[in-house]
Ligand binder design. Sequence first.
Ligand code: CTP
Ligand code: MG
Length: 415
Amino acid sequence: MSASPETWAVLLAAGSGTRLAEATEGRRKQFLPLDGAPLYWRSARTLAALPALRGLVFVFPESELEQREAELREWMQRVPLGLPWQAVPGGKRRQDSVRHGLRALPRECGRVLVHDAARPFASPALILRVLNALEQGASGVVPGLAVTDTIKSVDCAEQVLTTLDRAALRAVQTPQGFDRSVLETAHEQALTHEWDVTDDASMVERLAEQTPHAAPGGVVVVPGEEINMKITTPADLERLRPQQPRQAVTGFGYDVHRYAGETDTGPVRSMVLGGVPIPQAPGVLAHSDGDVLLHALTDAILGCCGGGDIGDHFPDNAEENENRSSAVFVKEAQALARQRGTRIVSVDLTVIAQIPRLGPHKEHLRENVARLLELPMACVNIKATTEEHLGFTGEKRGIKAVALVSALRDADCMQ
Ligand code: CTP
Ligand code: MG
């Protein structure tokens, strides 16, 4: 072996994905789309970004080799990985695919990472841990997680034979790192003695049992990652769903209501704010229930989703809106916002009035608005202020409210 051996990776993408076949209508999981590219491409990019990596061997199903190689070439043109690569046909079992991949490694390669394309989320930090442990002299390195379930060993009739000591167990992942010549020897032995294994490390372990000096340093475990799960069952497909990008949006609302005077003839409503009746307050002139706060809020919600204004949806000359609870306006505006991919995250409301005094009611208003919008209390703020006897609120002729609503909107609803 040369003084500083090259590190290459074998990326396994030759499986048939039988456990997922029904859910994917027969499509092999390693080729399912993830962020617009085939799944295996994610691992290729993560591996290639490591400065230590000198090249990649892709192992594809024999029956699709040409097609997949052409696809890969296109991806390499679009997003050059800056590394030499090769594509080779896989075999029947995983270990056969690894063996085929090993054969394609160049002479200069002294260390190899073997990675399942079905684990797209391995992080660079995890791969570095594997490489560092290899550097320190292990023959094999596997990322592993402590086991949280109690594990029992059973016979073919499901009779429990023994309960294993959980503290001494690790669930192992890939990439697994190896001294190349040790792994090659292990694969030769596996072929000769017909070992049937589910990972490469177990071959090296067997080799070490048989011939201890053939795998100096043995196999060590470094911390794995929960996120580095293997896409295996239909439930795992959820992880591949595209995350809808979201954009922060805001909406502003403003409303005024006049207090009823002695000479007024229009409909006078008892004051309601945020859906809460305010006793001993001036009557309000209004077609609906006159809830100035919920009207401002409705407008702000509509503002978040390009929904026009309250008058567009609930005209004040329409009979059905007469003395109507303004909570309905808020709920309908919120439903429209949802329809347009907009989710309210917080609201900040201010009531401006000389009378009545609102301090004692603020908390009650807040609770009611939070309940109405199905938001946590922490996401609803209510303020009250006067205008220092200035203007129409200062002269106690009316009340106004302003509302600011913050929301997240699905990016595809913004085009
Ligand atoms: N793999 C491979 N060649 C095989 C079998 C598996 O390259 N003959 C690869 C898979 O593509 C996958 C990894 O090994 O990236 C781990 O295997 P697994 O999760 O078992 O995938 P499949 O064998 O494809 O799935 P299943 O066992 O459900 O058929
Ligand atoms: Mg399999």
